[in-house]
Ligand binder design. Structure first.
Ligand SMILES: [Zn+2]
Length: 568
């Protein structure tokens, strides 16, 4: 511990993020890492996509994150050295470890785990205490209730308890919806903050049947926005839930509700908040994903800041986007509890006159865990702790998931599926959640659950033709690499074992050059002889549910793919 602390003093202390942001004032001791310069009169703290990780984790950031078209080479599609250069982060620093995959194993040994709710609580309390009572707000961007064995067993109730103790005042959602309406509403009854979603409406049939809604007149199922008094000013927070819930997940979880991005409704809401409610600032708490938020910011005016999540991008500086009404800052705050976004606003009557933003890595070893949160976590884990501690293997290499095309965790899962089902090929969704395990570390049952905590886990064995497999791959590809961000649902390529393929992400589907493919087991036609879509029944590429942030194992009538034997 002492050695590690010294590392932080010499390395983290000299590695504050540069660029247009003010340097973080770091003191002579490690506590200085979180001594932020005072600025403005309202502080908003933003966490997102913690995926229920109550305990500190290792989490390797991606080495591949492709941007297509106008998105190429720009945040959030920068990794490794390009990331360090763009954001002025020193190589080999604690920040380089937190934000990139570079030298991950070595850096993990030096700087330790990140996140953990007891550590987050200490940091949050301190940052709120620094600005004084009534001057701060704590927001969560969703994907809070899912991602561990405990959250699955408790259907997210553990995270509601933790959120209440943490003091989360408003949140929106994504995986939260996949527990179904009953569990969702049960959890929300116990949640002390507000659940906000401007983009969830009753279906026509549900409205006709008088289904429960926050506002029956508009059909809005949840409260769309809240107005908070911070530092003597009025700040509106609008919730934007994941727009593709019923497409990316089985519709059975949300049969009465429709989602979507809903720019028009959002613009109307912003206008009302500004003209009628006379707010001084408008913040969008979004689970759209960063590329979607960047596009939305160019189309909707009057939003000061988008606090974004879903795509798990840890972006140290906000991206300014100009629109008809001025400029909107777009942020994305990483995942798995690794980061806390700190937005300091200088508010004057009717507007934000200046803003500062920092995305702080939550270095667990620099933060004394909060005793009350630690006790709560231990109490909730108690009944399961022995089962979770069961050692099932030892990692012979780094086990990680993030990356557009694959990670060692998913390779392991695909290999296990193939072995278990005696299948030639296995597919597994391209999730972005799930922690990393260092080489030589034991792999526990808890680690396994953390990689597989789908709220509706199922595996299937079925026959597929090579053409069908290609169609699935291309559908996911089209979703992940769509040049129009509004057709992207987040996540990474579906993982596949038993097949190798090549893909050309910049090519368009069914037009121009075909995406080449070579399969070892499915024995599809050579790429030169066929396009992926030729002669196949139409599967909506725009609505592809596979391999996104959501499971690729979807409901009946869609592509139910688990483990697939070759069917040439
Ligand atoms: Zn999500």
């Amino acid at each position: 511990m002492t050695i590690r602390r010294r590392e932080f003093v010499t390395l983290a202390g000299a590695a504050a993020l540069a660029g247009s942001l003010p340097r973080i004032a770091r003191g002579a001791d490690t506590a200085g890492v979180y001594d932020l310069e005072r600025f403005g009169n309202a502080r908003i703290l933003h966490m997102t996509d913690t995926h229920a990780q109550l305990l500190p984790v290792y989490f390797r950031e991606p080495s591949v994150n492709l941007g297509i078209g106008a998105m190429a080479g720009k945040p959030p599609h920068l990794v490794g050295r390009a990331f360090l250069e763009r954001f002025g982060v020193r190589p080999d620093s604690a920040d380089a470890y937190a934000f990139t995959f570079l030298d991950f194993e070595k850096a993990a040994a030096r700087f330790g785990r990140l996140g953990g709710f007891a550590h987050l609580k200490t940091l949050i309390d301190r940052l709120r205490g620094d600005v004084g009572p009534g001057r701060s707000l704590l927001l969560d961007g969703g994907d809070l209730w899912q991602g561990t064995g405990l959250a699955n067993t408790m259907q997210g109730a553990d995270m509601v308890e933790a959120a209440n103790l943490l003091g989360i005042e408003a949140m929106t959602g994504h995986w939260e919806f996949t527990y179904g309406e009953k569990a969702l509403r049960g959890n929300l009854e116990r949640f002390k903050g507000e659940f906000l979603a401007q983009n969830v409406f009753l279906s026509e049939e549900a409205a006709f049947n008088d289904a429960k809604a926050f506002d029956p007149a508009s059909g809005r199922v949840f409260k769309p926005a809240t107005i908070k008094e911070i530092g003597g000013h009025r700040v509106a927070v609008i919730g934007q839930a994941f727009p593709y819930v019923p497409i990316a997940h089985p519709k059975r979880f949300t049969p009465d509700w429709t989602f979507g991005i809903r720019d028009d409704e959002l613009q109307k809401l912003v206008n009302t908040l500004r003209s009628s409610d006379k707010v001084d600032a408008v913040v969008l708490l979004s689970h759209n994903g960063m590329d979607v938020d960047l596009k939305l910011a160019s189309r909707v005016s009057g939003i000061d800041v988008i606090l974004g999540g879903h795509t798990h991008d840890a972006v140290p500086q906000p991206i300014p986007v100009t629109n008809a009404g001025g400029t909107t800052l777009v942020t994305n705050a990483g995942s798995n509890g690794k980061f806390l976004g700190v937005l300091d606003l200088e508010l004057t009557r009717g507007k934000v006159s200046d803003a500062r933003y920092r995305l702080l890595p939550v270095f667990s070893e620099l933060l004394k865990p909060d005793a009350a949160m630690q006790a709560l976590i231990e109490k909730m884990r108690g009944p399961y702790a022995a089962a979770y501690a069961e050692k099932v293997a030892t990692a012979d290499r780094l086990l990680y998931r993030r990356g557009n095309f694959g990670g060692t965790v998913d390779q392991l899962l695909c290999d296990a599926l193939r072995g278990e089902f005696d299948a030639e090929i296995a597919l597994s969704p391209g999730f972005r959640w799930g922690a990393s395990v260092l080489p030589g570390q034991p792999v526990t049952m808890e680690d396994v659950l953390t990689e597989t905590a789908i709220t509706y886990p199922e595996t299937y064995l079925l026959s597929m033709t090579g053409s069908q497999i290609k169609d699935v791959l291309e559908d996911v590809c089209d979703n992940l690499f769509n040049a129009d961000p509004y057709y992207q649902q987040g996540g990474d390529m579906v993982r596949i074992g038993g097949v190798t393929y090549a893909c050309a992400p910049a090519e368009s589907v069914g037009a121009g050059s075909p995406t080449s493919s070579s399969t070892t087991a499915a024995r599809s036609k050579p790429a030169s002889a066929t396009r992926w879509r030729d002669g196949l029944p139409s599967m909506s590429s725009r609505a592809s549910p596979c391999g996104t942030c959501s499971p690729g194992i979807c409901g009946p009538g869609r592509c139910r793919i688990g483990a697939a034997p070759a069917s040439p």
